[in-house]
Design a binder for this molecule. Structure first.
Ligand SMILES: [Zn+2]
Length: 254
C-alpha cells in the first residue's frame, strides 16, 4: 500500500507542479483564433497521431494558406495484426497519405522517417534528417505529441525534438493517449467533418479501437467545457516557446 500511495503522491506533485508552472509562467487556457504560420511542422510517431491529435488544426492552417509539412517518425509496422510488417507499413503509409488529403496536405509535404515502431530513439541519422528539414523549412510552429503521453514512442518524439536546434519556434503539444493540462484550445467545429473523414481513412486502426468516438468525444469535452465561449469541438494543446517547453519537460521528468 505504501508503494502505491507514494506513487500517487508523486504523480499528484508532478501534476500540480506542471499546472502551477503552466498557468503562472504561461497563459491560462484560452481559445486562439489566429494560428501562427505560414510554416507549420507536424511530428507524428505513428500514422494517425497527426490526425487524432491536431487534424482539425492542420485543416485550419491549410485554410489560412499555411504550408503544413507532416513527418511520420516510425513505420507503424506493429499496427495491424495478421499482416506482415512490410504489408502493414505499406498499408498505413497509404492510409496516412489518404487521410491528409482531407486536411489539404499534399503528398510532397509528407515525410516518412521509417524508424522501428515501438522502439523509437533519438539516434544520430534521424536527428540529422530532422535538423536538415527544420533548417530549410524554418517553421514558426511545431506540433508534437506531449511529453506526458503514456506511449513510449510519443515520449521519444519529444526526446528527438529536444536534440534539434530550433530558432524562435512555438511548440504545441497535442493529446492522444493521455489527456493534457492544456493552455491553448483551437476551435475545430467548422472543420470537424474533415477531421472525421481523415480519421476514417485510417481504416486499419479503427478495426482495433474506436478512435473516432474517443477523439471526437475528447474534442467535444474540450469545446463544451470551455467557459469563456461556446465551442462544439476543440483540440487542446500545451503551447509555449520551444526553450520553455523543453525546460518544462525537464522539470517534471522523474
Ligand atoms: Zn501513436
Amino acid at each position: 500500500m505504501t508503494g502505491r500511495f507514494n506513487l500517487h503522491k508523486k504523480l499528484l506533485s508532478i501534476f500540480l507542479n506542471l499546472q502551477a508552472q503552466l498557468y503562472k509562467r504561461f497563459s491560462q487556457l484560452h481559445a486562439v483564433e489566429l494560428l501562427e504560420g505560414p510554416h507549420v511542422l507536424v511530428f507524428a510517431p505513428h500514422p494517425d497521431d497527426d490526425v487524432l491529435g491536431c487534424g482539425g488544426a492542420i485543416k485550419r492552417h491549410r485554410l489560412m494558406g499555411h504550408t503544413v509539412k507532416v513527418v511520420f517518425l516510425t513505420d507503424g509496422a506493429l499496427g495491424i495484426s495478421g499482416l506482415s510488417a512490410r504489408e502493414t507499413t505499406i498499408k498505413r503509409k497509404m492510409e496516412a497519405q489518404h487521410a491528409l488529403t482531407f486536411l489539404g496536405v499534399p503528398a510532397e509535404d509528407v515525410y516518412f522517417m521509417d524508424q522501428p515502431d515501438g522502439a523509437l530513439v533519438p539516434n544520430a541519422p534521424l536527428i540529422e534528417a530532422i535538423q536538415r528539414l527544420v533548417t530549410k523549412f524554418k517553421p514558426q510552429l511545431i506540433y508534437l505529441p506531449s511529453f506526458l503521453d503514456k506511449h513510449a514512442d510519443h515520449r521519444a518524439t519529444n526526446e528527438v525534438l529536444k536534440n534539434i536546434e530550433l530558432n524562435k519556434v512555438l511548440i504545441s503539444a497535442y493529446e492522444v493517449w493521455t489527456p493534457l493540462i492544456p493552455n491553448r484550445l483551437v476551435d475545430i467545429t467548422a472543420v470537424v467533418k474533415d477531421k472525421i473523414r481523415a480519421i476514417e481513412a485510417h481504416e486499419s486502426q479503427l478495426a482495433n479501437i474506436d478512435y473516432k468516438t474517443a477523439i471526437l468525444s475528447l474534442n467535444q469535452y474540450r469545446g463544451l467545457m470551455y467557459s469563456k465561449k461556446q465551442i462544439q469541438y476543440a483540440e487542446a494543446f500545451i503551447c509555449m516557446p520551444s526553450a520553455d517547453y523543453f525546460k518544462l519537460m525537464a522539470s517534471v521528468s522523474t
